[in-house]
Write a protein of this length. Structure first.
Length: 175
């Protein structure tokens, strides 16, 4: 019986370690791209873009707003989390357990973002991107800030640009 108990414990440890490995492979690791242009993204973060993006990036007098546009207009990155008095780096909080999908409002239309991709840094989940697969698609990034996921970036794009968007998001770096 002692032998069976030991085998059971070893099996449990093996299952847990395998599950952890699978979780890490489902995560895109944050990394910089030395060929891209680094821009201020939030007060404590930068982001990188290929040369075919333009826009002011992060600006603001009474808080920050952000905008970058692909030169062919097929992708727009932006955020503007503003009240009547000021703007903040982050929007609403997404509470755990994290949902499988979220709904957003675009011009009084509710859009379901039913796909997701997770980003990690040093084996820790750092961000989650919710998106859809429409030709004219939308995405929302939630970034883990102070231990909670906060709305961090809005993206409108042609679905054919999804991999490019993922490559850009993974360049977000703390200053």
């Amino acid at each position: 019986m002692n032998k069976n108990f030991c085998h059971l414990i070893l099996l449990f440890i093996l299952i847990i370690s395998c599950k952890r490995e699978v979780t890490n492979t489902d995560c895109i690791m944050l990394s910089q791209n030395s060929n891209w242009i680094t821009s201020d993204y939030k007060n404590n973060y930068t982001i990188q873009f290929p040369a075919n993006y333009s826009g002011v990036g992060k600006v603001g007098f009474e808080g920050n707003i952000f905008s970058k546009l692909r030169n062919d207009s097929s992708v727009v990155f932006s955020y503007a989390y503003c009240s009547p008095l000021f703007c903040t780096d982050f929007g609403d909080t997404l509470f755990e357990p994290l949902p499988n999908s979220i709904n957003i409002k675009i011009n009084d239309t509710t859009i379901n973002l039913n796909q997701q991709t997770t980003f990690c840094y040093s084996n820790r989940k750092t961000a989650i991107l919710y998106y859809n697969k429409n030709n004219n698609a939308y995405a929302r990034l939630y970034w883990k800030d102070a231990g909670v996921y906060k709305q961090a970036l809005e993206i409108s794009y042609n679905y054919s640009r999804l991999q490019e968007i993922l490559n850009i998001i993974k360049t977000i770096k703390e200053k």
